[in-house]
Design a protein around this ligand. Sequence first.
Ligand SMILES: [Zn+2]
Length: 234
Amino acid sequence: MKRLTFSFDNGPEPGATEPLLDFLRERSIKATFFVVGDRLDAAGLALARRAHREGHWIGNHTLSHGTPLGREGDAARVAREIGETERLIGPLAHPDRLFRPNGAGALGPHLLSPAAVAYLAANRYTVITWNNVPGDFRPPHEAWLETALATLDAQDWSLLVLHDPFIARMLDRLARFCDALEARGIAIVQSFPPSCILMERGVATPELAACVTPASGVAPAEAQPSHPSQRGQT
Ligand SMILES: [Zn+2]
């Protein structure tokens, strides 16, 4: 049976995460929220606590969601981006210590530096990527639905990335998407497809090498989210 896993990145976002959680509860869907540390102020933490209480998994999506760690990832920055976020997440963290690097939706060596890999291994993180990023964060935002369906039709197990602030404004489309999954007989699961796991409790998988900057080289140049309006990107 084909499977689909939901993940929601870049929150929590007051005003958006609440209706999204309401929707997921109504549909009995369990997902993972990969949260950004800088968003875990009192209001953000309250939303993460609610998500955790309602059965969702909480993962670490860096502190600043800035330059990907494969491009700017010395040991000190890595420890701050990952370690400080994990400290903020505290007891809400999944026991496998889920971490998702940011990288503007693209997979590749820009995601992690050798220092990041060393840190993630030493601290026994489980590193999760994605295989379905339909672009709810970029105009025309509504087009994510068709893009997501076209992508998953070619997959056995789709790990979908959506973003709290954008999808919360399109819950009608999310409902249509869930109906389409049901019509296709696709099961919604909370776990992750093996092809999207770079490390498992600190142990590298065969998928890791393609997502690490070579120790001697610099990752190829690529557009990066730097402007605040691009914060919605994966
Ligand atoms: Zn992101």
